[in-house]
Structures are given as C-alpha cells and as structure tokens.
Design a protein around this ligand. Sequence first.
Ligand code: DP6
Length: 363
Amino acid sequence: MPDKEFIAADVNPTIENGSVSWEAPSNIALVKYWGKKENQIPANPSLSFTLKNCKTTTKLNYVKVTEAHQNSEEITFEVIFEGVKKESFKPKIASFFKRILPYCAYLKHFRFEIISENSFPHSSGIASSASGMSALALCVMSLEKSLFPEMSDDFFNKKASFLARLGSGSAGRSIKGNMVVWGEHKDVLLSSDYYGIEYPLKTNAVFKDYQDTILLVDKGIKQVSSTVGHDLMHGHPFAEARFKQANDHLSELIPAFADADLETFIKIVESEALSLHSMMMSSDPYFLLMKPNTLALIHKIWEKREQSGIPVCFTLDAGANVHMLYPSANKEEILEFVKNELVVYCENGHYICDEVGEGAKML
Ligand code: DP6
C-alpha cells in the first residue's frame, strides 16, 4: 500500500501539552476534481492555483490525557470558530480525525482545542474546507514533528497534504504554492492520488502572480455539498468521458504553462468550469448552481476579452460565484471594469481580490 509510509509509530508521548498555529490558503482548481473513489482517491487528476488572501488561521492546543481518558477510536476536541464555540463544525472534524487516526495513532494521547478563523467572510459562499482542513492537517503535522523531530520537510509537506486530503479532497492542494497537482497523471512525474505536489514543470512567470477576482454572486450556503456532488459521479452517464477529458486538459495545459499560451489556458480553464457544471446538470438528481448573474458575468467577461484583447477568463467552483482570472499586468484595467460594470451583478456589490500565492505558513 502506498499509504504505508504515512503510518506514524504509536509512541507514548513525553510532551505534556503545547500549541501550534498555521495559516493555510484556499485554492482554485483549473482542472476540476469531481468524482472520487473510496478513501478520498480522486477519479481524475486536478490542478489548482494556490491563493494568497483567502485563508484560514488555525491554532491547535493540545494537552496529554491520562490513560484512563484515552479512546483509541475517537479524539476529544473542541472547536472555536471566530471566537464562538461551534458544535456544528464538529462532525466534519470528527470524521477527519477518524480517517487520520490510523496514520497518527499518537493523537489518542491528547485532547485538543481547535481555534480557527477565516480571512474571508464566513457567508461569502467561499468554501472554507480547503483552507480549514489544510491548516488543521498542518497543525497535526507540527505535533507529529515534535514527536518525531528527524522527519524531513519533504515528508512533512507530503503527509500534511495526505492528511488534508482525507479531510477534504481539495484541501490536499492547499499546502504548497503556486500551482499544485493532485492525482496521478501520465505527464506529471511523481504526481500521486494520495497527496498534492507542487507543479513540477516549466511555468512562465505570468502565472506566478496571476490574479483571481472572486465575484460574489451568491453568498448563501451551497444548495448541494461537494461530497454529495462527487457521489453523483458514480453511475453518471458521462463519468468516464469526463475523467478522460480532465486528463487530456491537464496534458494540454502543460505546454500552455511553459509558453504563456494564454489562448489555450483560457480555452481549457473555461471548458473545465463549464464541464464541472454540466456534470451537475446531467446527474441524477440534476442540479443547477449557476444563477442568472453568474451567466451575466460570464457574458461580460467574454465581451471584455473580445473588445479589449485582455486575456481575462473565468472559472467556477461548485457554486454561483465567478472567479475572474487574468495576468497581473492587466490588474488596473480589470479592477476598473469590476467597479464600473461588474459589481452590479455581485451580491451587495461584494467581491474579493486575490492572486496566486506561495502556500501555507507556520505562525
Ligand atoms: C468543485 O474537496 O470540497 O471545488 O473531498 O468531498 O471534501 P470533498 O470535496 P471538495 O470538492 C471540491 C470540488 C470543486 C473542484 C475542485 O476544487 O477541484
């Protein structure tokens, strides 16, 4: 089993208590992960830009418990999110701990307090699972490193991504920058279904600070969770064709990244976004996450590209918000465009300016 390397020895820790903090970013997929097998193994490889400003900061406090209080099945923890105790966040984190326990048996010797906050508004429609789960996975790894100090940085990052992935697939892509590949792909050496790796191939400088302006069309809670959406790819009539398309798209992006071929980049990125939503629209049951303003924004972006020649394009998450992507050289003109023509399509005129970032940081 390739995951064997991630099983930590079940030591009885000498550390009595401690605290560690990490800040981890969100990411936006260019090639989408939609569909998974058992144990959070993706049905196809995905590739994302790591973001810079949308991030989660998590502090993990840990205290050693007596043997009588240990439970090898369940970890004891409290969650405080933005200053408030959050019972509603516990099931997802409990399931994360349960999934990672076989790889981190030392966790059962501690009880935890998880204190977390996001840089972006909670009700922005931006999923916080990627940044949240990666920040937590990194905190767990810092604890593991204090128990096994000889661990290499490479192993630390790999296992952090491996654990984050078990919490939420896309979180495995939120450890490193600037671009991350998760899922085995024939043209990306060392790519793995088990963890994300920094995109290892030639990348033109234009992509190092690519801009992502997130146009907040709908700040409500998602109508369908990603987990349910992924599940609907089982038995989906177009599943196999979609998984092949994602592999082909990644292959096509490789020379585009090397040569700054923005025309190809745009074609693939927009196609991926529309394919993702097509999968939702053709699943059983079907669902539609785009809103009228999502479509209005897509048309405005196309019109702008056509009229100005600026290589601006869009991508979508599993929601109605539009991520508008463009080179940093065009920042001024595009932000004027946002203020003058796009804010009317955003809920309460809200949007978030983000860009490609370097990955998570220990605080
Ligand atoms: C549409 O990572 O949220 O954003 O593994 O069930 O937690 P789980 O799903 P999640 O799915 C993300 C789906 C997506 C595309 C992507 O980020 O690749």
